[in-house]
Ligand binder design. Structure first.
Ligand code: V55
Ligand code: FE
Length: 481
């Protein structure tokens, strides 16, 4: 029998719908005619009720990819589950077989040895392939038009890691994809492997090294000359999994390390720059001038995720968990082996993005979701605003979608593939929680505080989700068969 637990907000209930909408309704403004390409985004949507009490909804649900295809002023919507090996096994069984978040010891014994990957975190395009990934396993590839799952992808036999990040970086000068796996030799191992793939998606570089301790390495930074691995003390330990405890626990007494190596460097080149205890997850961007490396990321005083416990028993502190966009600077010539931190924003938030065409390069514009704006109240919790920031002046412009609405990760979309940096739009999926449906809102990236360029209104909810990307029709024309 299929029965899901009741939720505080019915908006967050599983949908379990795969949809096709031809010509999404426009309820405000006009779709920019010249926009030609597809916005892909990952959402989570549990297919079968969990047998784990208080299961992690956002982190441990099946991945679904949604897409908005833009062509000459028309937008078509499509959503499909990712047919992971896990999804397929549970589909045959008609019930959940996999247990707690990243804990194989809680699984039904019939699925032992099967990939636990959920493909629920990010969808991105490189070398003619559309990838969908979660950091616990190899990525899968999808047909970019039908969203049909083509299968797990091991880089034609070259992927030596058991895992692969959901946050690869793309070097716009060379077309390379730079990525990594952590817990690369299996759950809770301290092993990290750093890869570079050429513009066609062939692995051309591989470096193995060990982190100072085992932890969640959710995102990283790639610049023209360096690769930086932030090691944050959201720790993991195999014994916790065997005990049926949380995969990750926060250590309030552990330091942060930034592992720096030159692009295509070897394990002997890794340098660890140390800082005091703090939390960060997503990197907005980073660049270097040959000596100094600048990294922008929301930083909080302590663990951001309420569902991962504190190793010392402290209860979750929502005030200290708030993240403020900050700049870390590493001086690669400094023998003290530390780094500095400068706060860039007074407004707490997460989901930082930049104009990805500047990834690895100097940049001055970013966008993120906000949970609070001092002096402004908004009913309900969650991400309620979107803010665009000019990093050289600190000036911010804020979009408020209205009451009873929450926003997903904002995404910069260039007006045209060759528009100057920051010239274009911000796409954001808005959950209209009082009306049980979602909108795709298109904002002018330079004028976030002005009325939207366009609102596309879906007749249904879009489940909460993580990351997405824009792929131009020009890039899609070069997809691998
Ligand atoms: C995140 C999301 C995940 C995960 C680990 O920070 C980290 C976001 C959707 O799954 O497994
Ligand atoms: Fe992420």
């Amino acid at each position: 029998m299929v029965r899901f637990p009741a939720l505080a907000d019915p908006f967050d209930a599983p949908m379990r719908v795969e949809a096709d909408i031809r010509g999404v309704q426009v309820t405000q403004g006009e779709i920019p005619e010249q926009l030609s390409g597809t916005y892909y985004k990952c959402v989570v949507d549990r297919q079968w009720p969990s047998f784990i009490e208080n299961d992690l909804e956002l982190f441990n649900s099946d991945g679904m990819v949604i897409s908005f295809r833009f062509d000459r002023g028309r937008v078509d919507f499509k959503s499909r589950y990712v047919r992971t090996p896990r999804f397929q096994a549970e589909e045959i069984a008609g019930r959940a077989l996999f247990g707690a978040y990243r804990n194989p010891y809680t699984d039904n014994p019939t699925v032992e040895g099967l990939s636990r990957g959920l493909a629920n975190t990010n969808v991105f395009y490189h070398g003619g392939r559309l990838y969908v990934a979660k950091e616990d396993s190899a990525p899968l590839i999808l047909d970019p038009v039908t969203l049909e799952t083509l299968g797990e992808f091991d880089f034609e036999g070259s992927l030596t890691s058991q895992t692969s990040t959901a946050h690869p970086k793309f070097d716009p000068r060379t077309g390379e994809m730079v990525f990594f796996g952590y817990a690369a030799k299996g759950d809770t191992t301290p092993d990290i492997v750093y890869y570079e793939a050429d513009a066609a998606g062939r692995l051309v570089h591989e470096t193995w090294f060990q982190a100072p301790y085992s932890s969640m390495v959710h995102d990283f930074v790639v610049t023209q000359n360096f690769v930086v691995f932030p090691i944050i003390p959201l720790k993991s330990d195999l014994q916790w999994l065997k005990n049926g405890e949380s995969h990750f626990k926060w250590d309030p007494n552990e330091d942060v390390y930034l592992g720096v190596l030159p692009r295509r460097g070897s394990a002997a080149d890794v340098r660890w720059y140390k800082g005091s205890n703090r939390f960060a997850s997503h990197m907005m961007g980073g660049y270097d001038d040959g000596r100094f490396i600048h990294i922008d990321t929301p930083v909080s005083a302590t663990n951001y995720f309420p569902w991962f416990p504190d190793l010392c028993g402290a209860s979750y502190d929502p005030e200290r968990a708030k993240g403020y966009l900050s700049r870390w600077t590493v001086d690669t010539h400094d023998p003290s082996m530390t780094f500095t931190q400068k706060q860039l924003s007074q407004l707490p938030g997460e989901f930082p993005r930049m104009d990805d065409r500047q990834e690895t390069l100097p940049y001055t514009w970013g966008v993120m979701g906000l949970t609070d704006v001092p002096g402004r109240t908004a009913p309900g919790g969650g991400f309620r605003w979107v803010s665009a920031i000019e990093l050289d002046t600190g000036k911010q412009r804020i979009y408020y979608p209205g009451d009873h609405a929450t926003v997903g990760e904002p995404l910069f979309v260039p007006a045209k593939p060759d528009s100057p940096p920051g010239v274009g739009y911000v796409f954001v999926v808005v959950a209209r929680r009082d009306r049980m449906h979602s909108d795709l809102v298109i904002l002018d990236a330079q004028k976030l505080d002005e009325p939207p360029v366009c609102t596309l209104s879906l007749p249904m909810r879009i489940r909460m989700g993580l990351h997405g990307n824009w792929v131009s029709s020009e890039e899609l024309a070069h997809r691998t068969a």
